[in-house]
Design a protein around this ligand. Sequence first.
Ligand SMILES: Cc1cc2nc3c(=O)[nH]c(=O)nc-3n(C[C@H](O)[C@H](O)[C@H](O)COP(=O)(O)O)c2cc1C
Ligand code: SF4
Length: 439
Amino acid sequence: MSQRRPRGAAAPRVPGPEGLPRLLAAPCATHAEHLTRYGALPALRGRSERAGLIAEVEASGLRGRGGGAFPTGRKLRAVADGGRSPVVVANGAEGEPASHKDSMLMRRSPHLVIDGAIVAARAVGAETIHFVVDRADTPARDVLARAMASRAAEMARPEAWRLVELPSRYVAGEESALVNFVNGNEARPVTVPPRPYERGVRGRPTLVQNVETLADIALIARYGATWFGTVGTNDEPGSVLTTVLGAVGRPGVYEFASGSSFETVLGAAGGSLATTGAVLVGGYFGSWLTPADASALALAHGVLRRGGATLGCGVVVALPPESCGVAETTRIARYLSSESAGQCGPCVHGLDAVAGALEALAAGHAAVGTLADLDRWLGDVAGRGACHLPDAAVGFVRSARRVFAADFDHHERHGACVHAQRPPVLPLPDPATRDWSFR
Ligand SMILES: Cc1cc2nc3c(=O)[nH]c(=O)nc-3n(C[C@H](O)[C@H](O)[C@H](O)COP(=O)(O)O)c2cc1C
Ligand code: SF4
């Protein structure tokens, strides 16, 4: 249990709920019901109460749940110190096709997300909030819009918050792309710095925070850092919303204590490491792991980092033993290549070459030397884009080269394996309805 409490941190106002779920409790039908369950949101009147909230979030050890795991308190402080009428952006884009946790959270607990955005705005001194959702996610958009309408009186000006519908592109949820779009431009990433927290929406310091992170802030504001640490590990307190897919009986979104084992994660969804061929952790920006690797790691950013993997946005996919890791990796590599925002040469051409080599290998007509070309091209692409898309794609493919090394060799030497034609496991957007626009 975390016991950190800095000087200046606000004392918890009411005892918080015990155990889990915290974020995915049964939905409240109205805002009044939400208040009955969670209590009032702190008003944060005056400088010391605002500073107290930031100190409390810092003390909580909360890290961003959008994929980068950046310490949230540090970002709040940077925006608060940036002056010049900051802006808050709630990131519910969820561009990762295998992730459903943000959508589920916005549909199940919209008032927690709104609470988090309001209290974060109060803490950093922002008067404007943009709630961003994927424009294809109409259920989440509608629930959030209704919840916002029921709370219009909480904002000083009705135009002070708005719902923004973002193109359904992988890179559109990257924070500089998001800020670009809110500013009326295409949802393409730009080279940073300045980062959005320095200069973002209309040139102002902008706090871009994932919706799950905001929901956690809403709870920390009410119950405090010590309560937050009653679940999770000392290093990474709190819960992690996790999308569990693949060879499990009950695929879906689950809330786990940070630091949970992968056996616990798969077991909750009706699967097991024992019946899994490989585990994909962190989604398509993540890594393949062998079941043995996965059993030695846990659902926590730092542990996974030390194991050469990443928690990303909390996706865990169990690949059935009879599936072809080469074919699965190839489909995702082609998808990531097609999601390039078309601005950086190594990303556009390098990822296309990587996907092409993988396609030849997966189909079983790769020339001898294709694997060597593939490994060289991966080295050429790494670290060469304005955003992390190419790095992430390289990390994903390199992890496949490690975990499915024998399969790759088989595909190059003997052609496609008998499993390559099996139905795909990793989800991708429907090509018939796929969004190709950045506007
Ligand atoms: C290519 C790319 C796509 C991203 N897509 C999302 C997304 O869909 N949702 C999200 O919350 N963060 C996404 N991120 C991370 C955001 O840039 C940003 O770090 C995050 O919203 C910050 O919130 P957090 O600190 O609460 O995680 C993406 C990052 C990259 C590099
Ligand atoms: S690295 Fe790729 S996706 Fe990222 S900004 Fe450059 S072209 Fe766009």
